[in-house]
Design a binder for this molecule. Structure first.
Ligand SMILES: *Cc1c(COP(=O)(O)O)cnc(C)c1O
Length: 447
C-alpha cells in the first residue's frame, strides 16, 4: 500500500497499515476492521457550496420541510396535550456545559473549547431524535392521503378530524426498527388513527415493544438484526396497497424531517456567544445508525453554516456501517459483516449492519469524518452525564461525547465549540434508567 494513501485514510491511528491490502483494505482502516476506536477523516470532503450544489436533494426541499413543520404544529398541539404549551413545536434545548465539564469532555488537547449539548433525548412525545424523521414522514403521508380524498389541508388540524381519522383507519403504517423509529412511527400513527405495525430487530429493548403494544401497535419481533427486520417489513408492506412503509434505509422524507432540525439549531446557536467561521469551526458530533438522522442534520447544518460546521458521525466499533460504506467508495452496499465485524453493541439505536445508500450519496462530501467508539466509552459518558448535569441518556445517545477527544486532537484549527447531539433516552422511566446505569457500572468494572 502506498504510504501516502494509508496515512490519508488512517485517521488518528497511523502506523498500523501492515495488513494485507485486499480489494477494500486500502480504503477501510485496519483498526476499523479490528474493531478498535478509530477516527476516519473523509478524503472526499468538499467545500459546502460545491458539495451541496451536486446533490439530488436541494435547498428548496429543505425549505419545504421547515415550512411543513411550522404548518403541522397546530395539529401536533391538538394530538398531544403535552405540546399545547409549545404550540405544537417538536424542539429541544441547547445546554452549555460548565468550563470544568467541557474540559473533561475535550481532554488535555481540548484548548478550553466549550462543549454544548443539543438535547434531543428530551424531544417531547417520543423522547428521541426519531420524533423528527419518523413523525415527519407519517405527517406527510397523512396530508397526502387527505388531499387525495379531496380535503383542504391548509389548516393541518383537519388531519385530526373524524373524517380524516376514518380515512386513516383504513391504512397501516409500517416500519422496521431497533426500537426508537418504531416507537415514534407507532406513536404518531396511532395518534392519528392509523393501524401501525412495527418490525423490531433482536436489539430492541423489551420495554419499547411493550409500550408500543400498549398504544395499540402490532409489534413483530424478529430474531435477526435490523437489516432483516427492515427487509421483512418492506416485503410485507409491498404486497398491501393500504400499507405504507417508512423505509429507514431509503427515505428522502425521513431525511428531510431530520434536516429541518438545522433551522431550530441555527436559531438557538445565534443566541449564544459562539460564532462559527471556517477558521474556527463548530464541530457537531452525531450518533449514527443507518445514517438518516445524522445525515439529514449534517445536510441541514451545511445549508445554514456552510464550511463553518464540521459534522462528525459516531458509530460503535462493532457497527460502523456508514464509515465502511463511505470508506469503501462503492455504489453497492457494503456491510460491517463484510469486513468481519459483528454488529453486536449495547447501543441498540446504533446496531445497524448496513448504511442507507441514499444518505451516503447525499453526505459523502459533507461529513468531516466518522469516529468509532467502544460500548464502554458510551457507558462511561452515560454515567458521567447522569451525575452532572443530570442527563438521562440511553447508551446510543452518549456516543458523541466519546468522539470529542479524538477529533479535538486531530484538528489543525481551534474550533469555536463542540456540539454533542444527545439522541435518545427521554422515554425511559426510573427503573429502565437504573438498569442502564447498572450496566454502565458493570462495563466500567470489566475494563
Ligand atoms: C436512530 C437513532 C440514532 C441514529 O439515527 P440513524 O438515522 O439510524 O442514523 C442515534 N441515536 C438514537 C438514540 C437513535 O434512536
Amino acid at each position: 500500500m502506498p504510504l501516502g494513501m494509508s496515512e490519508r485514510f488512517m485517521g488518528h491511528t497511523p502506523g498500523k497499515s501492515q495488513d494485507a491490502a485486499t480489494d477494500r483494505g486500502d480504503t477501510i482502516p485496519s483498526a476499523v476492521r479490528r474493531g478498535e476506536p478509530t477516527l476516519w477523516l473523509n478524503p472526499s470532503v468538499a467545500p459546502a457550496a460545491q458539495a451541496l450544489a451536486d446533490l439530488s436533494i436541494g435547498q428548496d426541499d429543505l425549505g419545504s420541510a421547515i415550512t411543513d413543520w411550522k404548518n403541522f404544529a397546530p395539529l401536533l398541539a391538538e394530538l398531544f396535550p403535552e405540546l399545547e404549551q409549545s404550540g405544537g413545536r417538536i424542539a429541544s434545548n441547547l445546554l452549555a456545559l460548565s468550563p470544568e465539564q467541557s474540559a473533561e469532555v475535550t481532554g488535555p488537547d481540548g484548548q478550553d473549547v466549550p462543549v454544548v449539548i443539543k438535547c434531543d433525548h428530551l424531544l417531547p412525545v417520543a423522547g428521541s431524535i426519531k420524533a423528527r424523521g419518523g413523525f415527519y414522514e407519517v405527517l406527510v403521508l397523512a396530508r397526502a392521503l387527505a388531499r387525495k380524498a379531496g380535503m383542504d389541508t391548509s389548516d393541518s388540524r383537519v388531519l385530526a378530524s373524524p373524517e380524516a381519522r376514518a380515512l386513516f383507519a383504513n391504512h397501516k403504517v409500517m416500519t422496521g426498527s431497533t426500537g426508537n423509529l418504531g416507537y415514534a412511527v407507532g406513536l404518531i400513527g396511532r395518534a392519528m388513527g392509523f393501524a401501525a405495525e412495527v418490525h423490531m430487530s433482536v436489539d430492541a429493548r423489551q420495554w419499547k415493544k411493550e409500550r408500543l403494544a400498549a398504544i395499540g401497535a402490532t409489534v413483530v419481533a424478529h430474531p435477526g438484526d435490523y437489516a432483516r427486520a427492515v427487509d421483512n417489513a418492506r416485503r410485507i408492506a409491498a404486497a398491501d396497497p393500504q400499507c405504507y412503509f417508512v423505509d429507514d434505509e431509503d427515505s428522502k422524507v425521513l431525511f428531510l424531517g431530520y434536516a429541518a432540525a438545522a433551522a431550530e439549531f441555527a436559531e438557538q446557536l445565534a443566541a449564544l456567544p459562539i460564532h462559527p467561521t471556517p477558521e474556527a469551526p463548530l464541530v457537531v458530533h452525531l450518533p449514527c445508525g443507518v445514517g438518516g438522522a445524522p445525515g439529514g442534520i449534517a445536510f441541514g447544518l451545511k445549508h445554514f453554516l456552510g464550511d463553518a460546521v464540521l459534522p462528525v458521525f459516531v458509530e460503535p466499533v462493532a457497527a460502523p456501517c456508514v464509515l465502511v460504506q463511505l470508506a469503501s467508495g462503492r455504489d453497492q452496499s457494503t456491510s460491517v459483516y463484510d469486513i468481519g465485524l459483528t454488529n453486536r453493541t449495547e447501543a441498540d439505536g446504533l446496531a445497524v449492519p448496513a448504511a442507507s445508500l441514499l444518505v451516503c450519496e447525499q453526505v459523502g462530501q459533507l461529513v468531516h469524518g466518522v469516529a468509532t467508539v467502544r460500548d464502554a466509552q458510551m457507558f462511561h459518558w452515560v454515567a458521567r452525564m447522569a451525575a452532572q448535569p443530570g442527563l438521562r441518556l440511553e447508551v446510543s445517545a452518549a456516543a458523541g461525547f466519546a468522539s470529542v477527544r479524538p477529533v479535538a486532537s486531530s484538528l489543525t484549527v481551534r474550533p469555536c465549540a463542540h456540539v454533542v447531539w444527545t439522541t435518545g433516552g427521554g422515554m425511559m422511566d426510573d427503573a429502565q434508567f437504573e438498569d442502564v446505569l447498572a450496566r454502565a457500572r458493570a462495563a466500567a468494572g470489566s475494563e
